[in-house]
Design a protein. Sequence first.
Length: 291
Amino acid sequence: MDTQSLQAFLAVADTQSFSRAAEQLHLTQPAVSKRIATLEFQVGRPLFDRIGRRIALTEAGSVLLPQARQILFAVEDSRRALANLSGHVGGRLTLATSHHIGLHRLPPILKDYTQRHPEVELDLHFLDSELAYQGVRDGSLEMAVVTLAPHPIEHLHVVELWCDRLCFVCSTDHPLVNADQQGSLSLATLCDYSCVMPGAKTFTGTLIAQRFEEAGLKLPISMATNYLETLKMMCSVGLGWSLLPEKMLDHDLVELDVATAPLHRPLGYLVHTNRTLSNAASMMIEALEGK
């Protein structure tokens, strides 16, 4: 098996499309089809079922998938280890970050990094933290700077860099503003009004929901989105109260005094424990830790 055929196989498996895989690999669709056909000949079995426009892995394809990832992971790791011997800081650094961190935490760090290491090609991806975790685990991302998971995940080295205080907020004309002036609000009082929240499956959404579940309450969510800037907009126009990082507060929002322990979420970076980091990634970690 050659690595190009394996790369084509993974691209088709991940995108479930020959045309999208071709775009991802910057190849023509016939070229991708030829590589898959070569691989199927080598393994002696079909790897995909083609039913109309739908692509699905066969049993053989499902067996090969994790092995293919491991093979390409090892090949790329070897290339990085050899390139690192020169001490040169260059090449591509595939880095993921969340929209919020990319807007509010990373800009000065990235500016300094690119000035210090102009030969590094920064391949920056804006992803939900949960997807970034998966990308580092499967090797498609070298590192990520995101909201950290509430529990350890196997094969990932995680370092906390910042701690975001989450604030209870609402618009300036929301009924909760008047209630807040009478004294601290209870979580139960908040649940009498609709809220707008991060998605239930996000790390931040899970953290918030857990606080209310511990009090035996269910959040009255009217709308949800994974983009905190969108949440801020919806909250500021009166569509519901919310919880947002302290850095996002401005004159359009009122912070509410709520009788509960402070709520924080950890932000930081993660890398794969079994991966040899490129010199570019090592320098990025140095920049992050020296922030």
